[in-house]
Design a protein around this ligand. Structure first.
Ligand code: GLU
Length: 427
C-alpha cells in the first residue's frame, strides 16, 4: 500500500482575488493566535458551494440563463446566515470570501449562526420588476434544498431588498405547502419582518463611528465625515451621524458625488435623493467623482458601497484619521497594512456593519416565537450587542497591540474554534 505523505493541492475553484483576500486575513490571525493547524485548514475553504443555472423569460419573450451561487462557509454554531447580492461581478470566489466573513461576523457578535452568502450575476438596474421577480423565484427554486429556517436563512445584500425577500419567502412557502416567514430575514414588516431591521446596518455603523471617535480622542467636536455609497446603509449612517452633530462633507452613489466643506444639509439631501434617485445635481454642494471623494481631507471616511475600493494604488492619497468599513471588504490587505503603518484607525467590516445581521437574528427569533418587539426594544438590544463587541475589540486591541481587524477576527475565530473542538470531527 502506498501511503501519501503529502497530498498535492488541487486547484480550488473559488480561489479568486476576492476570496484570497478573505483567506489571507484568516492566515494572518491564525499564525498570530497559534490556531491549531488542522482546524485552520478546515476553515480556509467553504463547507459547501452550489452553482446554479437560472433560466428566466425576459420581457422581450426570450429566455436568458443567469448564473447563481449559494455558499455555506461554516455551520458549526448554527444555521448558515448571510445575504444575497445581485451584481454583474458576482462569482464563486467573491461569494465564498463573503461567506467566510459572515462566519467571523456571526461568531464575533455571539449569534447562533454560521456564515453563508449568495448571489446572482446580473445587472439588476437593467431589469424590470417582473424580470427580477422571475429571476428571484427561479433562483430560490434552484437552491431550495440548501435553505430553510433551521438550515440557511438568506437576507438582503447589494441590490436586493425587502421585496426580494418576500419573493424568496413566498416561493419557499408555496413549495413546502405552508407559510415559513423565518426562511429569510429583512422581509417587509407586514409578512413578519422586524421593526428596525432596515435601519439596523446604518445604525450599527453610526454607533461604531461614535465609539471609534471616542477611542481615537479626536480633538474636534464636529468631525468631518465622507461617505461613499448612499444606499440603505450610507444614507441611514449619514442621517444618524448628522443628528449626532457630525459634519457630513461629501457623499456619493454610482453616478458620482457631491462635496461641501461646510457640511451638507442631510435632511434636504435625503429629500432630493428620494425624489431624484441619485445624489447628483443636489444644489447644496459641488459635483465630484467617486475617486476624488475617497481622497478628500476629512476625519472619518466611511466606504459603504462596493468591496476593494481602498487599494495600494490609492491608499497613499487617503487623508482621514479613521475608516469605518460599512461595506464588506472595502479595504484590501496591502492597503490595510499601509494604513496601520500610518496610524489610521480602521474599524473592520465584521464589526462595523454587523448591525444588519444582528437585527436579522432578532427578526428570526421573533418569527420563531411568534412574538414581536417594539422598535425601541430592537434598537436597545442592538446597542447592547454592538456595545459589548466594541468594548471587547477595543480592549483586546489596546492590551495586545493588534489592529482592530485582527482583534475582531481573533475574538470571532476563538469562539468558533472552541465550538469546533468541542463538537469534534464526525463522521
Ligand atoms: N448582507 C448583510 C451582511 O453582509 C446582512 C446579512 C444577514 O442579515 O443575514 O452582513
Amino acid at each position: 500500500m502506498v501511503i501519501m505523505k503529502s497530498v498535492k493541492k488541487e486547484a480550488v475553484e473559488c480561489e479568486t482575488e476576492h476570496f484570497l483576500m478573505a483567506q489571507k486575513q484568516l492566515d494572518e490571525i491564525a499564525l498570530e493566535m497559534g490556531l491549531d493547524a488542522e482546524l485552520h485548514e478546515r476553515l480556509r475553504y467553504p463547507k459547501r458551494s452550489l452553482i446554479v443555472s437560472i433560466p428566466v423569460r425576459l420581457d422581450n419573450g426570450k429566455v436568458h440563463t443567469f448564473t447563481g451561487y449559494r455558499v455555506h462557509h461554516d455551520v458549526s454554531l448554527g444555521p448558515a446566515k448571510g445575504g444575497i447580492r445581485y451584481h454583474p461581478e458576482v462569482n464563486l470566489g467573491e461569494v465564498a470570501g463573503l461567506a467566510m466573513l459572515m462566519t467571523w461576523k456571526c461568531s464575533l457578535m455571539g449569534l447562533p449562526f454560521g456564515g453563508a452568502k449568495g448571489g446572482i450575476r446580473c445587472e439588476p438596474w437593467n431589469m424590470s420588476n417582473g424580470e427580477l421577480e422571475r429571476l428571484t423565484r427561479r433562483y430560490t427554486a434552484e437552491i431550495i434544498n440548501l435553505i430553510g429556517p433551521d438550515k440557511d436563512i438568506p437576507a438582503p445584500d447589494m441590490y436586493t431588498n425587502e421585496q426580494t425577500m418576500a419573493w424568496i419567502m413566498d416561493t419557499y412557502s408555496v413549495n413546502v405547502g405552508y407559510t415559513v416567514p423565518s426562511v429569510v430575514t429583512g422581509k417587509p414588516i407586514s409578512i413578519g419582518g422586524s421593526l428596525g431591521r432596515q435601519e439596523a446596518t446604518g445604525r450599527g455603523v453610526a454607533y461604531c463611528t461614535r465609539q471609534a471617535v471616542a477611542h481615537a480622542e479626536l480633538k474636534t467636536k464636529n468631525p468631518a465625515v465622507v461617505i461613499q455609497g448612499f444606499g440603505n446603509v450610507g444614507s441611514i449612517t449619514a442621517k444618524l451621524l448628522h443628528e449626532s452633530g457630525y459634519k457630513i462633507v461629501a457623499v456619493s452613489d454610482v453616478y458620482g458625488g457631491i462635496y461641501n466643506p461646510e457640511g451638507l444639509d442631510i435632511p434636504r439631501l435625503l429629500a432630493h435623493v428620494s425624489e431624484m434617485r441619485k445624489v447628483a445635481q443636489f444644489s447644496g454642494g459641488q459635483a465630484i467623482s467617486n475617486d476624488e471623494l475617497l481622497v478628500l481631507p476629512c476625519d472619518i471616511l466611511i466606504p459603504a458601497a462596493l468591496g476593494n475600493q481602498i487599494r495600494i494604488d490609492n491608499v497613499a492619497n487617503i487623508k482621514c484619521k479613521i475608516i469605518v468599513e460599512a461595506a464588506n471588504a472595502p479595504v484590501n490587505p496591502e492597503a490595510d497594512q499601509y494604513l496601520q503603518e500610518k496610524n489610521v484607525m480602521v474599524v473592520p467590516d465584521i464589526l462595523a456593519n454587523a448591525g444588519g445581521v444582528t437585527v436579522s437574528y432578532f427578526e428570526w427569533v421573533q418569527g420563531l416565537m411568534h412574538l414581536f418587539w417594539t422598535e425601541e426594544e430592537v434598537n436597545q438590544r442592538l446597542e447592547q450587542i454592538m456595545g459589548r463587541a466594541c468594548q471587547q475589540i477595543f480592549d483586546l486591541s489596546k492590551k495586545s497591540g493588534l489592529r482592530l481587524r485582527m482583534a475582531a477576527l481573533r475574538i470571532g475565530i476563538s469562539r468558533l474554534a472552541e465550538a469546533k473542538r468541542l463538537r469534534g470531527l464526525y463522521p
